[in-house]
Design a protein around this ligand. Structure first.
Ligand SMILES: [Zn+2]
Length: 253
């Protein structure tokens, strides 16, 4: 992020901004606790939201440019932004659209989506769900999403990710393959996708998005990594079948 942008963000005093950097958040939390202990600052437990999730209509443009930037190392980006479109296939409800933003300490946006955005599930409907996420799901979320997709086969989910989250980790790769195997379409965002999100989910004030210099190169980098990870699915499945049959033959002999 440029210094200019940082200054403008401060002027804007957006509530979401002070949560981008972990150290700020820790300080803020400590302050709140200290105040609470002194009795100077009281919060009624009933007033707290059930999830530390921010839901909204359009993202602040400076937050978008920082959080969705497809840099190779996502320093300071310790949360997920999830923009969603839901088509229930019926004309009465129309298209559901919005975004969720999580905290790195609380439940993740992916899980919150199913609780907050699709709380009422109708097996008679066909759900076409599209997510544009700032980074791909962690292994725990990937497993949960795969379970949901297996249990609800009338939900079709496509995930477009700006960055791949910790893609070198074996369990993250397993999670992505589990999602793929459960029928989830996984893609890395192309430069055009960023412009689409800007137009659809950002307070853009009708200004076009100027894509950052290395957007296309970064897309190609992540696209190649994801293709490599998903291509290993067939190999992994063959390995699992081979090991299972070997174990079975050891058992029976
Ligand atoms: Zn997660």
């Amino acid at each position: 992020m440029t210094k200019d942008a940082e200054e403008k963000k401060t002027e804007g005093e957006r509530a979401v901004d002070n949560r981008e950097v972990p150290s700020t958040e820790v300080e803020a939390t400590n302050d709140a606790v200290a105040n609470n202990q002194n009795g100077a600052f009281q919060v009624e437990p009933m007033e707290l939201p059930p999830f530390e999730i921010t839901a909204g209509d359009r993202i602040d443009p400076f937050v978008f440019k920082f959080q969705f930037k497809n840099v190779e190392y996502s320093s300071g980006r310790n949360k997920t932004f999830l923009c969603y479109l839901v088509d229930k296939g019926n004309t009465t409800d129309g298209l559901l659209r919005g975004y969720l933003e999580d905290e790195h300490t609380g439940p993740h946006a992916e899980e919150a989506f199913f609780i907050q955005c699709l709380p009422l599930y109708d097996p008679a409907l066909k759900y076409t769900v599209t997510w544009y996420v700032s980074s791909s799901p962690c292994s725990a979320c990937a497993a949960k999403i795969a379970e949901v997709l297996k249990a609800r086969n009338n939900v079709k989910l496509s995930i477009f990710a700006a960055r791949l989250f910790e893609w070198e980790e074996a369990e993250i790769q397993d999670g992505l393959r589990a999602l793929h195997a459960a029928g989830c379409k996984l893609r890395v965002m192309k430069p055009l996708d960023f412009s689409y999100i800007w137009d659809t989910f950002v307070e853009n004030e009708e200004q076009p998005l100027n894509l950052w210099e290395d957007c296309k190169e970064n897309y190609e980098y992540y696209h190649e990594k994801l293709a490599d990870i998903l291509q290993r699915l067939v190999g992994t499945l063959l390995y699992v079948v081979k090991m299972a049959s070997r174990r079975a033959s050891m058992f029976w002999n």
